[in-house]
Design a protein around this ligand. Structure first.
Ligand code: GUN
Length: 302
């Protein structure tokens, strides 16, 4: 079997066009564009390039973005000030704090300081809790993008055995919840670094999601023939033959697994582009909900 390639780039282009149309409609109705505030602390090159890509995508979609750039030395007080300023800014509908922070021990407090109604990453406990309860909420962008990809690619989830490798707050944990919720209805297993026999679990998967952050996590003999394999890994592997000195590799042995799976996402060009597309969608949605609340149509609910 040669797996069908699930083209995240093409799907992201569709989603971005939808977000642009929604942003244009919002701007026409309210006389201003939806706004995203981005906090970037430190000079980690990967974080810098993600933030630049997010800002460029906003500009292309007609979303205004405002960057708050802080030095790596910025402590708790400066980070909290930046969040408070964006919480209070009327033209800012969504807030994104790029993770990891230079001091990751501050992340929980900084995320909790965000107004949940502006938390377009879906990281605030109020949104995470609402996602777990199946209530309307901002859903973290990468899991939301993966669910959209499964839907639009016609991959059935109801009754499917789904195995998620990785339990991060950004991807594995929320995705496992989304897959098991009513409407998606998969039977979900979450594997992690302490899982005893990873291959025994992955071999049962109709839908296998690799979100471990480690190249080579999933080899061909760990995949059930015909499975749908979603590779969330974005690993920078040193490579002297590349001008930038590294290449991007997923968590999955793409060549080997392509011969076994029925469908697979490539890296790059699979899940990655969906994250930014869903951020645009969430930002427009935040803008709409804030306007609806301001017009007296109820409390601002994420
Ligand atoms: N770091 C890695 N992924 C993400 C993401 O989706 N959002 C934010 N804010 N930081 C990240």
């Amino acid at each position: 079997m040669t797996a069908r390639i699930l083209d995240g780039k093409a799907l992201a282009a569709e989603l971005r066009a939808e977000a642009a149309a929604e942003a244009a409609a919002f701007s026409a109705e309210h006389g201003r564009a939806p706004g995203l505030g981005v906090i970037l602390a430190g000079d980690d090159p990967a974080s810098r390039s993600y933030v630049t890509a997010k800002e460029k995508a906003c500009a292309e979609a007609g979303i205004r973005s405002r960057e708050v750039l802080l030095p790596a030395s910025a402590g708790r007080a400066r980070l909290l000030d930046a969040v408070a300023e964006l919480n209070a800014a009327d033209g800012i509908d969504g807030i994104l704090v790029q993770l990891p922070l230079p001091d990751p021990s501050l992340e929980d407090e900084i995320i909790e300081a965000m107004d949940p109604a502006k938390d377009v990453d879906g990281f605030h406990p109020a949104n995470a809790g609402r996602v777990a309860l199946g209530l309307p909420a901002f859903v973290p962008c990468t899991p939301a993008g993966i669910m959209e990809m499964l839907r639009r690619a016609g991959v059935p989830t109801a009754g499917a055995e789904a195995v998620v490798v990785g339990r991060s707050r950004i991807v594995g944990r929320p995705l496992s919840i989304l897959l098991s919720r009513k409407g998606a209805d998969a039977t979900v297993t979450v594997c992690h670094t302490r899982t005893r026999d990873l291959a025994a679990h992955t071999r049962r998967a109709d839908i296998l999601v690799a979100a471990a952050g480690r190249p080579g996590t999933i080899a061909a003999d760990m995949v059930k023939p015909g499975a749908v394999v979603i590779d969330v890994g974005v690993n920078r592997v040193p490579d002297a033959t590349r001008a930038r000195g590294y290449r991007l590799e997923g968590d999955v042995d793409f060549a080997g697994v392509s011969a076994v799976a029925s469908a697979i996402t490539p890296v790059p060009g699979g899940v990655g582009p969906l994250t930014i597309a869903m951020l645009l969608k969430n930002t427009v949605e935040a803008a709409r909900r804030r306007r609806a609340a301001a017009a007296g149509k109820g409390a601002v609910r994420p």
